[in-house]
Design a protein around this ligand. Structure first.
Ligand code: ATP
Length: 227
């Protein structure tokens, strides 16, 4: 996966992706671009330790990620967490990828809402030896704890490319007020949502996810934009 001479960071972006939406894709593309077209692995979790279980199963969430990432070569759906047993602690994923890539920079990408809770995560202090953080802004997110800010000093993309771990990149955009919770609600109420890739909407209808069954029609199974 990495060689000693490859200093392009590897970015990991974990989440429930229930379903993957426009803010996930925009944020991942921005982080990739800022870090020199770095590959971003999007990892749906199997058993999220900090929140209720997703509605769609792992295979469905991965399938929707594959559809949403199809036109973006830097975005790579990754089933590593889905294949593990037990709670999907990000620490285990970071340790796994750190072993794979040697001293190449590793970046853990996170929305500002999750960043504000990082000090509650399993062994979060250990992250600093394993990865950098890339924090994507999210409307109305609280500030992170001081101890988290001081553990990961704020830096820039150039510095991140020069060392394996320990720094923090704060993105200024995108700033999209989109959430999977609101999207699931819109799907259940209207059967559609503009913040989703059309191919993902078609998949949701085809597989009757998120209570869209009442909106499904034979036509929805043969939408032209299904990939
Ligand atoms: P839910 O509404 O079900 O909580 P979500 O939209 O927050 O879902 P997740 O899959 O839980 O999506 O999020 C995965 C990652 O994406 C997290 O780090 C989260 O902070 C980030 N994220 C999600 N939505 C946004 C957004 N609109 N802007 C920035 N980051 C986001």
């Amino acid at each position: 996966m990495g060689t000693a001479r490859n200093n392009t960071p590897l970015v990991l972006f974990g989440g429930t992706f229930d379903p993957v939406h426009q803010a996930h894709i925009s944020a991942a593309r921005s982080v990739s671009r800022v870090l020199g077209d770095a590959p971003v692995h999007l990892l749906p979790n199997a058993v999220p330790p900090h929140r209720p279980q997703p509605l769609a199963d792992g295979a469905q969430r991965l399938a929707m990620l594959e559809l949403a990432c199809a036109d973006h070569p830097c975005l790579i759906p990754d089933d590593w967490e889905l294949k593990q047993s037990g709670p999907s602690y990000s620490l285990l994923t970071l340790q796994h990828y750190r072993e794979q890539i040697g001293h190449r920079p590793l970046v853990f990408m996170i929305g500002a809402d999750s960043f504000a809770n990082l000090h509650h995560w399993h062994r979060w202090q250990d992250y600093a030896a394993l990865c950098h953080l890339a924090v994507v802004p999210r409307p109305e997110s609280p500030l992170a704890a001081d101890v988290v800010l001081s553990t990961f000093p704020e830096s820039d993309a150039g510095s991140i490319a020069r060392q394996p771990a320990g720094l923090r990149l704060m993105l200024q955009r995108p700033f999209l007020g989109v959430s999977a919770t609101a999207i699931r609600q819109a799907l259940a109420e209207k059967g559609d949502c503009p913040a989703l890739d059309p191919a993902v909407v078609a998949h949701i209808h085809r597989h009757h996810l998120y209570n869209v069954a009442k909106f499904s029609s034979p036509e929805s199974d043969t939408r032209p934009h299904e990939r």
